[in-house]
Ligand binder design. Structure first.
Ligand SMILES: Cc1cc2nc3c(=O)[nH]c(=O)nc-3n(C[C@H](O)[C@H](O)[C@H](O)COP(=O)(O)OP(=O)(O)OC[C@H]3O[C@@H](n4cnc5c(N)ncnc54)[C@H](O)[C@@H]3O)c2cc1C
Length: 417
């Protein structure tokens, strides 16, 4: 008889686990509490702009091997688009200066020695001063590992680490920052190409995964909140979904891929991160001028990254807790002012939408990082997934896919089909 794996949570972590297990011949049943699959990585139709937008602009790098392998498996790798080389355009609004960071292919960082490739007004020595970050321990803060000041910090380290950690970098975990640097910058340009789901997160990373699971006989259901797990004989024996109870067979398993608060409710006593940081995204219905870069980093502005989609400008502000209570119209105007400065526009503010994800990521501090559990629980058929589990990475799509794969591998290891 085909074995069943129930997956609680239809975010990227749960879907990644589901895809891997469906591929291995399991009957996969994904239970998603919300009315839409995708969790923090989703698209939806927005009435204010009359556009389908993403809840947040998501950037992946070509060195995010787990994301790329997941997209390849579900047939949507071509939907992750970016330049053939690792090029990042930047503007410093205070200094009115633009430059393009060009990271060469290969592991030897020639770009650091080439003033046309590196950040203006920096020297190679500035880059080597970042070395302590590479092997910093998990308990160290970034601010204790490197000096968080100077031109290189302001123009490269700050935007990079703020985007990756979603916390003011000096307070962030140097261990997590080091993992990002090892897997991208140190791996050379071909690991650093910026990739974006230009046709939307759901159509590239979510819907093909749902199709993949369903095509293998599985189910993905919305409005299926897992409310209780019944335990007996060292394992989960029942799942309660509202008024429906599902009994598990002796060979069935559960992957819990819900956010940390829900996980701790379902599994009392589980240690989970307890503090979170916000990300602010804004979307403006405006066709970008021809040849406008796909994305541009903004230094000394309110906005941090400007993304140009065929039908809109979208921006990201990480560590956005200071902005969550600002009046929406005031915030939209301030953001549009920055966009006009970056894109060289003089235009009235078009239709807009602001999405403030208050609990966008767990706080990537050493203390909160230390609260992340692994995939294995005390229950023989229950495994954890989620960007907040101990993946060794900050809360990212790469970490999410990795966590889902790892939970699936545990299921595969403990059972034999
Ligand atoms: C605005 C924003 C911008 C981001 N930008 C980037 C980026 O540029 N690059 C990057 O790599 N990452 C980025 N991230 C992080 C990335 O989105 C997350 O790491 C990833 O989506 C987390 O996936 P997950 O499956 O672990 O969790 P979630 O997406 O939170 O999924 C958990 C799911 O479980 C469901 N659920 C909760 N309780 C239950 C229950 N009891 N029963 C059933 N279902 C339940 C939830 O509804 C949810 O759908 C960003 C995040 C945000 C919010």
């Amino acid at each position: 008889m085909q074995r069943t794996v129930h997956i609680a949570g239809g975010g990227i972590s749960g879907l990644a686990a589901g895809v891997r297990l469906a591929d291995a011949g399991y009957l996969v049943r994904v239970h998603e509490a919300a009315q839409q699959v995708g969790g923090r990585c989703r698209s939806y139709f927005d009435g204010a702009t009359n556009l389908t937008i993403d809840n947040g602009n998501h950037l992946v790098l070509s060195g995010n091997h787990n994301v790329l392998a997941y997209a390849r498996k579900i047939g949507s790798e071509a939907g992750l688009q970016g330049p053939p080389e690792a090029e990042f355009q930047f503007i410093d609004l205070a200094a009115d200066k633009r430059w393009t960071l060009r990271i060469n292919d290969g592991r030897v960082p020639f770009w650091v020695f080439d003033r046309t490739r590196r950040v203006p007004d920096t020297s190679p020595a500035d880059y080597f001063a970042l070395a302590p970050l590479i092997w910093a321990s998990a308990g160290t803060r970034v601010g204790d590992a490197i000096k968080c000041e100077g031109v290189l910090y302001k123009r490269l380290v700050l935007p990079l680490l703020l985007a990756a950690l979603n916390i003011d970098p000096p307070d962030g975990s140097a261990g997590l920052a080091g993992a990002i640097i090892r897997e991208t910058l140190l791996a050379g340009g071909q690991a650093c190409r910026p990739l974006i789901a230009r046709d939307g997160l759901s159509s590239v990373l979510i819907e093909p995964a749902i199709d993949y699971i369903r095509a293998r006989g599985g189910s993905v259901d919305v409005g299926h909140e897992v409310r209780r797990l019944t335990m007996a004989n060292g394992g989960v024996t029942e799942l309660a979904l509202g008024d429906q109870t599902i009994a598990l067979g002796p060979e069935d398993a559960v992957v819990m891929a819900v956010p940390p608060r829900s996980a701790a409710t379902l599994l009392p006593g589980l240690t989970v991160p307890t503090r979170f940081r916000a990300i602010v995204n804004a979307h403006f219905r405006f066709v970008p001028p021809p040849h406008h870069p796909q994305m541009i980093g903004v230094v000394n502005g309110l906005i941090e990254w400007l993304f140009a989609f065929p039908d809109r400008f979208s921006i990201t502000i990480s560590g956005g807790d200071r902005l969550v209570d600002m009046p929406r119209e005031e915030l939209a105007r301030a953001i549009w002012k920055d966009i006009c400065a970056v894109a060289g526009l003089k235009a009235e503010m078009p239709a807009w939408q602001i999405v403030r994800e208050r609990r966008a990521t767990f706080e990537a501090s050493p203390e909160q990082n230390g609260l992340r559990p692994g995939a294995v629980t005390a229950w023989k058929n229950l495994f954890l997934a989620g960007d907040w589990t101990d993946t060794g990475l900050p809360a990212t799509i790469e970490g999410s896919v990795r966590s889902g794969n790892r939970a699936a591998d545990h299921v595969l290891k403990t059972r034999s089909i």
